[in-house]
Design a protein around this ligand. Structure first.
Ligand SMILES: Nc1nc2c(ncn2[C@@H]2O[C@H](COP(=O)(O)OP(=O)(O)OP(=O)(O)O)[C@@H](O)[C@H]2O)c(=O)[nH]1
Ligand SMILES: [Mg+2]
Length: 348
């Protein structure tokens, strides 16, 4: 007989009424870039409190957030740090108590900043320290500046990453330059919007797989297990067609948003979005394909969500934790031919 009745009865149950889990998420954008990410995130619709922190008062007029905190108003008169991270650091320290009160009470705090200027790079690490004091899991998502923005900004960014790492559980580094390599025809002005959309999408996917019923949920404890000691991390992004998932897997493995050798990653959080025809079998095969490219003992968690905008399509975002220091000598990210064959046979 098989499982005919079991399958029929189980699928007839309406899981739509499952209560939300009550995980509280706060997302904090720091500096001009970070606050722009928050504004874009507010348009994506996410169940989290959005907080914008900046030294630049004028910029706030175009920022959409639940709370806005202007740092160093007495010293800077709302005029920004002029690209000086030391000033960013000092004005954040002066507002430590206010920031603590705003951040307190979350289970997860995401901090977002575009590195290379004074506010995000200088105030960001102080805000991470405060976030950590509240007892929340702290995950930072930061972007490296475009090479065209100059060496000075790049150096500020590199120094700042180390400081971000000190108190964050995981620092996800995304390199704007990789984005341009992956989509060379992208006009520079659109690149920020795409990066911000990706940042927002990753947070939204995580928030929804943790807080809302999904095809495959990630528990908060799973998230903590991967992110607690995530160190430096990055995101692989891929998309494709439901009928050839191996192509989507290849696309994902070839699209790291930081210049890394991902094979040594210690953890992976794989999130798959597909249409209502997506089966658990496909989800597992995709996850197998992706993890075959990393260490065997890596901790892996899988989340999957149905979104009817993805009928017959697939979108894969993978957070890889514990990858090697970002800007060590460049290693080629390319699959060996035999690995490619293995992958195709695993996922097809
Ligand atoms: N993701 C994203 N990054 C941006 C955006 N605008 C600028 N950036 C990046 O963020 C870096 C830092 O710039 P800002 O965020 O403007 O600088 P800031 O932190 O406000 O610092 P100061 O203005 O110097 O006090 C830039 O070098 C860009 O690479 C944006 O809209 N989105
Ligand atoms: Mg600014």
């Amino acid at each position: 007989m098989g499982l005919e009745y079991l399958v029929r009865d189980a699928l007839a149950l309406d899981y739509g009424q499952r209560p939300e889990t009550g995980i509280r998420i706060k997302v904090v954008g720091i500096g001009g870039g970070g606050c722009n990410s928050i504004t874009r995130l507010s348009k994506q619709g996410i169940n989290a409190e959005l907080i914008a922190i900046n030294t630049d008062k004028t910029h706030f007029s175009i920022v959409n957030a639940h709370k806005k905190v202007l740092l160093g108003e007495k010293i800077l008169q709302g005029g920004g740090t002029g690209g000086n991270p030391e000033i960013g650091e000092q004005v954040a320290q002066l507002a430590a108590k206010e920031i603590y009160n705003i951040l307190d009470g979350a289970d997860i705090i995401f901090t977002l900043a575009g590195l290379g200027g004074g506010t995000g790079s200088g105030a960001g690490p102080v805000i991470n320290e405060i976030a950590k004091e509240t007892g929340a899991l702290v995950v930072s998502m930061v972007t490296m500046p475009f090479k065209a923005e100059g060496k000075k900004r790049w150096n500020i960014a590199e120094t700042s990453i180390e400081r971000f790492r000190k108190y964050a559980n995981t620092v996800i580094v995304l390199d704007n330059n990789r984005l341009l390599e992956l989509a060379p025809k992208l006009p520079l002005v659109k690149a920020f919007a795409i990066m911000d959309y990706l940042i927002g999408d990753v947070i939204k996917n995580l928030a929804e797989t943790v807080t809302l019923p999904s095809l495959m949920n990630i528990d908060f404890s799973d998230l903590v297990a991967i992110m607690r000691n995530g160190g430096t991390s990055t995101i692989l992004y891929g998309e494709g067609n439901y009928y050839t998932p191996q192509d989507a897997v290849m696309d994902t493995l070839n699209n790291p948003l930081m210049d890394i050798d991902y094979k040594g990653a210690t953890g992976a959080l794989i999130h798959i979005t597909g249409g209502s025809d997506m089966t658990l079998h496909t989800v597992y095969k995709i996850a197998e394909g992706i993890t075959s490219g990393i260490r065997e003992d890596a901790e892996v968690k899988i989340g999957a969500r149905i979104d009817n905008a993805y009928t017959k399509k697939l979108k894969i975002t993978t957070i890889l934790t514990g990858v090697h220091t970002p800007y060590a000598p460049r290693k080629e990210v390319r699959m060996e031919p035999n690995m490619l064959q293995d992958l195709i046979s695993i996922v097809s």
